[in-house]
Design a protein around this ligand. Sequence first.
Ligand SMILES: Cc1cc2nc3c(=O)[nH]c(=O)nc-3n(C[C@H](O)[C@H](O)[C@H](O)COP(=O)(O)OP(=O)(O)OC[C@H]3O[C@@H](n4cnc5c(N)ncnc54)[C@H](O)[C@@H]3O)c2cc1C
Length: 492
Amino acid sequence: MDIHALQQIVHGTRDARRKQTLPKFSPADRDQLIHKYHPDYRERAYRPIRFGPNRGDKTVIELASLLEGDSSIADEFDLTADYTTDVLVVGGGGAGCAAALHAHTSGAKVMLATKLRLGDSNSVMAQGGMQISVAPGDSPVTHFVDTLKGGHMQNDHQLLKVMVEEGPSIAKWLLSLGVLFDRDGDGNLHVKKGGGSSKPRLLTCSDYTGLEIMRVLKDEVLNQNIQLLEFCAAIELTSDEKGNCTGAIFKDLDNHRHVVVAAKSVILATGGIGRLHIQGFPTSNHYGATGDGLCLAYRLGAKLTQIDTFQYHPSGAVYPEQLIGALVTEGIRSEGGHLVNAKGERFVNELDTRDVVSSSIIRECEEGRGIRTMSGRVGVWLDTPLLDAEHGPGTLEKHFPAMMLQFDRFGIDISKDPVLIYPTNRLMGNSLLDLMVFGKRSGLTAAVRAAAMPQGKLTVGHLKGFRAEAKKHGSSNGIVSPMILPAYTRKE
Ligand SMILES: Cc1cc2nc3c(=O)[nH]c(=O)nc-3n(C[C@H](O)[C@H](O)[C@H](O)COP(=O)(O)OP(=O)(O)OC[C@H]3O[C@@H](n4cnc5c(N)ncnc54)[C@H](O)[C@@H]3O)c2cc1C
C-alpha cells in the first residue's frame, strides 16, 4: 500500500489514543521484553575474542574481527618524528576538543589530530540535549539514581558519581565560552524531560545542541592556536621498551603519506563504532565512527570494558530511503509524540528507557504490527503532527527546525504527516555530559603527566608481541585495522 494511505491510520486514531491506557510493565515484564527483543541479547551476533587483553570476552562479531586485525605498519617502519608535542589528542569531536582545551589551559603544548575536519564527528550531530542537574528540585543524586536505573544497576558507580557531580561546572564552562542554551521567558536555563529521567534535566539548543556546542569548542580550539592536523587518521600507536605509549602514526588522507607524532601523553578520543553497522543496523553515526581508537589501544595492551552492550536509539528514520538510519530526536517523544503501530495503537510509554522502547518497537515489528514500506523495510509511526495538534500550530517548526528541514528536503512535512521509525544503532543526553567531564579530566591528567616525564622512545615493539599472539591463536582473518572509513562500494 502507498505510504500516504498507511499514514491515515495515525490521523484516524488520534482521539482514541489520547484516551488509551498504556500497557504497564512490571520489572519482570521489562526483563523478559528486553531479553527477547533487545539486540544485545542475540547470541548469534556475538563471539569471544580469541586473544589479547580481552581474550575470551564476548563482543559483537564486527568489533571482535577488528580487534584481532593486524596493523598496516611493518616492524621496521621509519619512526622519525615529524612533530613533537607534550599532549597529543586524537579525535576532533567533543571529547577531543574538551581534552585539548583543558590540557592547553594547564600549560601543555597540545596537538589535536583528527581523521576528517575538526568537528566532523558524532558530537556535532547531537540533537536531543545534554543531561545536567541545574534545575531547582533536581540534584546530582537524582541524576545518579535515574542513570543507575537506566543502566540496570550495571554502571560503574565511581565514574557515574564523578560525571553527575561535575555536570553543573561543565554547564558553567560551556556558558562562559558562549554556548547559547535555550532559556525560558525569565532568562533561566530551560530544561526538558528526557526518556528514563524523573526530572526535566536536558539542556538544549533547539534541536541542534551538538552543533552549537561544537561551534563554540571549535572556535576556542582555533582561538587558542592549538596545533591541528586535519584529515589525518591514526593508524598505529608507538611505544617505548616498557610498552608505554609515546606517540602515534597517522595516515594523511590527502596525500597518503605517513606522519609520525612523538608525545609524552596521548589521549584517544576517537568516538564510537556506529559505522560498523553492528547486526546490520542502520546508523545515524558520522562516517568516522569505526572504533579506530579501540583497535589501537587494544594492540598496545589496553583491556576494554563494557564491549558486550550497545545502545540502540529507538527512533531512526525508515522512510524516505535517503534518510534511512537518520535520527528522529527523542525530543519529539519528550514533547508528547506517540509511537503508533499498524493497528493505530500506542504500545509503550514513549518516555521509558531506550532499551525498553527499542525492544517494544522491535516486538511490534516482529509480531506483525509494524508498517512495511514499498522497499520492504518495517517500522512504526511516530505521530509528529500530534505536537502541533496538542500545543498549537508552529510547535514543531519552533522546537525542531532541523528535523523539519531534514524531512522537508524530501517533500515530507512532518507537522502534517507522521514519520516511520525503527531502532538505529547508537547512543540520551548523558553522552554529551560524559564526553565533557571525562574529556576535561583526561586533558588535565595528560598535561600533568607530560610535565613530569621525558619523551619516551618511539618503537612499534608492541606489534611483535601482538602478531606472535595472533599467530599462536591461528588468527588469520586478513583484516587490517583500524578501518578508518567504512566501504560502501559493492565488492564486485
Ligand atoms: C545523530 C546523533 C544524535 C545524538 N544526540 C545526542 C544527544 O542529544 N545527547 C547526547 O548526549 N548524545 C547524543 N548523541 C551521542 C553523542 O553525540 C556521542 O556519543 C558523542 O558526541 C561522542 O563524542 P566523542 O567526542 O567521543 O566522539 P565523536 O564526536 O564521534 O568524535 C570522534 C572524533 O574522532 C575522530 N576519529 C575517529 N577515528 C580517528 C582516527 N583513527 N584518527 C584520528 N581521528 C579519528 C572522528 O573523525 C571524530 O572527529 C548523538 C549521536 C548521534 C550520532
